[in-house]
Design a protein around this ligand. Structure first.
Ligand SMILES: Nc1ncnc2c1ncn2[C@@H]1O[C@H](COP(=O)(O)OP(=O)(O)OP(=O)(O)O)[C@@H](O)[C@H]1O
Length: 240
């Protein structure tokens, strides 16, 4: 991979669920250490894109390259180990295990710096440190989102796909989630942000892709996705 190759390169991606076409002709690039906002109305294909990139649904056509390697047909575990981590909607934590155990499990077996990585997570998310011995299932929804993000950061990923991480969270906790993503980004992690809060996602991101009925309807610099674009593709309510 030379300096000009993007970290993630997606070409003409197509996904079907049975006979139904969910994504078609989707192409996008995510340069190293950059942030891409993926916006779109309900059902536009945002989560399908995230699932296809992370190996959870097999594309029916197209190509995905990550860090110079073809990962189009790779299994989720292989994708994750290559440094692309998908944080799905919902929690993705082990409810019966404590906060600390959840973090420990997210480390690779060879995780040389176990203690160090977990302490770093507690520095980023102090509330998790306070609750390190509490079972994850008894955390609040927002705290579980934080734990899910902290788990992803354990393996020092190169790209995190954050799929609606702030969904259903109180505004204060949305701030905490964005702060966590900012810190990840400051540490050099690239981010694909799928967000209901279009304005916040656009403030965060460098570039933006708007999906409509499974295709890229608009793409450009995040600062260029003005009110007109949001109103046109998302409807006024979602752009608030
Ligand atoms: N497992 C599935 N089987 C069949 N169809 C599906 C499946 N998952 C999603 N779809 C369909 O694919 C299309 C894209 O769905 P997707 O969940 O990717 O949209 P989205 O943009 O993430 O929507 P939302 O913002 O509502 O979460 C929708 O029409 C949806 O009904």
């Amino acid at each position: 991979m030379n300096a000009s190759t993007p970290l993630l390169s997606v070409r003409d991606l197509q996904v079907h669920y049975g006979p139904a076409l969910a994504l078609s002709g989707v192409s996008l690039d995510v340069p190293e250490k950059s942030a891409l906002a993926v916006l779109g109305a309900n059902g536009a294909g945002k989560s399908t894109l995230a699932r296809a990139l992370s190996g959870l649904v097999p594309p029916t056509a197209g190509r995905v390259e990550f860090a110079g390697r073809d990962i189009t047909a790779a299994a989720p575990d292989a994708v994750r180990r290559s440094g692309l981590v998908h944080l799905p909607e919902g929690r993705g934590v082990f409810p019966g295990l404590t906060v600390q155990e959840n973090l420990r499990m997210a480390l690779t077996p060879a995780g040389a710096e176990r203690g160090g990585a977990i302490d770093r997570a507690f520095t980023i998310f102090p509330v998790l440190g306070e609750r390190r011995r509490q079972r994850a299932g008894t955390l609040s929804g927002g705290e579980q989102q934080m734990l899910s993000l902290a788990r992803a950061l354990m393996i020092t990923p190169r790209l995190v796909i954050a799929d609606e991480l702030s969904l259903g969270l109180a505004p204060r906790l949305v701030d905490v989630v964005f702060e966590g993503l900012e810190r990840a980004r400051a540490a050099g992690v690239a981010i694909i942000m799928i967000e209901q809060f279009a304005h916040r996602a656009l403030e965060f991101a460098d570039r933006c892709v708007v999906l409509q009925r499974g295709s890229v309807a608009w793409s450009g610099p995040a600062s260029g996705a003005g009110e007109e674009v949001l109103r046109h593709y998302l409807g006024e309510a979602e752009s608030a």
